[in-house]
Design a protein. Sequence first.
Length: 84
Amino acid sequence: MVNVGLKAGTNSIHGTAYAFGRTDGWDAKNYFDRASEGFPAFPLSLQQFGATAGGPIKKDKLFWFLSYEDQRYTTAGSLPQPRQ
């Protein structure tokens, strides 16, 4: 994936950071959940986070900018088998 943005530089260091997370512990019970029939629950873990930073190299002429983003997902790939 390529993300392109054009911005004017600044003579001070600025940056941002963000994070978003979701786990199955906070989800509502699925109406079609078959856990009571001996089927294990589907695992779910979603994390998305990143940061940006920028600042001057040469005052009013040359600037640097860095950006990082990561996504980590853990989900069930297929229907689980019932517990024995």
